[in-house]
Design a protein around this ligand. Structure first.
Ligand SMILES: *Cc1c(COP(=O)(O)O)cnc(C)c1O
Length: 457
């Protein structure tokens, strides 16, 4: 059996007594056998995966524990991705498992229209406590993209309520990523966000250059001048500035100077424009501070959280704002914020989030993230000398190796799997954002594999 390709898995799998697909190694397998090659063939014929053509390679995963993912053929991979910034405590965590199953035994879901429940209230309390004081009104959303939609609606409805409906556009910086729904897409980087596919369909927003000053480099006051010119030229039509504070994620994995964020905050105040901080990727400690805004001691008017909110267990996000914004919207002719998803504040997801937030706040995450940061900086430094590598940057538990030229992503991903690690590079970026619980030995496996694989391309 080949160990190289994702679709060559041929080991059989079984269903256990409760009907779950389980790996061939699992104990107590029932009689119903299936063939992973056929199962994967079905997937490739019928299921879309994120930003991938039908039929793109996929590896079947049957279990996950701590920082290890078990493939259907029994191979175990060290996870360098935290399932896209989310699984900060690792997989199959007993505390999170218990929180979800206890909630499941009580109530899986109930509509949030007209009802409330303990998991939502408990989560709301924690989010209000953990975020800067003016942020005290919480909207619980289904996903990060929806949290961004809600943030944008809040900003637009706020200016409508203030009698300034012309203030409905957004200013952002290039290199950002804010999600895949239409309003969120309109503020993603216009090139990597593929705006041209949707020209005329996504609202046209105002874009400043990507912040040029590196996080750990010197501050050059000229770095903010293009942004300053744009905000003053467009202030009468701008509802808000939206950006990922300090660390841009899927738009380019770029870390910029905290002074840039302080200047943005001051310019927003000077020009009566709201500031939306999209901390969906950076929140919950990933950059070394609880919020990336904390690097600059900046408080936004609207804050989006997601990804790690449930420790990677379920989809849930939150948009927080101030009493002033919420009250102004409430007193408008509309009378309320015009949003309300069917599965708003799903109790299972809220219970997972409460448990995840408590696990995090009770842990020594600051030390763990700082240790990962130090180790990533030391070990990825070896990549700097490689011919293929153009830049290496590290912030908190995020390590980025940028190559000079485009890389063959499917081939690279397959090489990583062969080497026993899970990494999902994009563009010219090979990056790591492991669970906070990763051991130094496992983290070394990840960095050494990146160095080795990049040294022969
Ligand atoms: C992932 C992400 C989103 C979108 O979240 P989804 O849950 O995928 O909709 C928005 N903003 C940022 C910064 C993100 O990293």
């Amino acid at each position: 059996m080949s160990q190289t390709g994702p679709i060559s898995e041929t080991r059989s799998c079984t269903r256990d007594g409760e009907g779950r697909l389980a790996g061939a190694q699992a104990e107590g397998g029932g009689p119903e056998a299936c063939d992973w090659a056929r199962a994967v063939a079905f997937d490739q014929a019928h299921l879309w995966h994120p930003y991938a053509a039908l039929g793109a390679p996929v590896w079947p995963v049957v279990a996950a524990d701590g920082v290890r993912l078990t493939l259907a053929d029994g191979r175990r991979l060290i996870d360098g991705m935290s399932s896209w910034w989310a699984a900060i405590h690792g997989y199959n965590h007993p505390v999170l498992n218990r929180a979800v199953s206890e909630q499941l035994a009580r109530m899986a879901h109930v509509m949030f229209g007209g009802f409330t429940h303990a998991p939502a209230i408990e989560l709301g309390r924690r989010l209000v406590d953990l975020t800067p004081a003016p942020l005290e009104k919480v909207f619980l959303c289904d996903s990060g993209s929806v949290a961004v939609e809600v943030a944008i609606k809040m900003a637009i409805q706020y200016w409508q309520a203030r009698g300034r409906p012309a203030k409905h556009r957004l200013l952002t910086v290039r290199g950002g990523y804010h999600g895949d729904t239409f309003a969120a897409m309109s503020v993603c980087d216009p090139v990597t966000g593929m705006h041209r596919l949707f020209t005329g369909l996504v609202p046209e927003q105002v874009f400043a250059p990507r912040p040029a000053c590196r996080f750990d480099g010197p501050w050059e006051p000229s770095a903010i001048s293009a942004f300053a010119d744009l905000i003053s030229a467009h202030e009468d039509e701008l509802a808000a500035v939206i950006l990922e504070p300090i660390a841009q994620g899927a738009g380019g994995m770029w870390f910029y100077h905290p002074q840039y964020l302080r200047e943005v905050r001051a310019l927003c105040d000077a020009h009566a424009v709201l500031l939306i901080a999209d901390e969906i990727a950076t929140g919950f400690g990933r950059t070394g501070r609880f919020l990336a805004c904390d690097h600059a001691m900046v408080t936004p008017d609207i804050l989006c959280l997601g990804k790690a909110l449930t420790g990677g267990y379920m989809t849930l996000a939150a948009t927080l704002t101030t009493a002033e914004i919420a009250t102004t919207i409430g007193q408008s002719p509309a009378g309320c914020l015009m949003h309300g998803p069917t599965f708003m504040a799903n109790p299972l997801a809220c219970a997972a989030a409460v448990a995840s937030v408590d696990l995090l706040t009770a842990s020594d995450w600051q030390i763990r993230v700082a240790d990962s940061e130090g180790q990533l900086a030391r070990e990825l430094d070896a990549c700097r000398g490689l011919a293929a590598v153009g830049d290496v940057r590290v912030l908190g538990a995020i390590g980025v190796v940028e190559t000079r030229a485009a890389i063959d992503l499917p081939a690279l991903t397959a090489r990583f799997v062969e080497a026993g690690v899970w990494l999902r590079p994009f563009g010219r970026l090979v990056y790591l954002m492991p669970p906070y619980i990763i051991s130094p030995e496992d983290l070394s496996m990840l960095t050494a594999t990146i160095t080795r694989v990049l040294s022969d391309i």
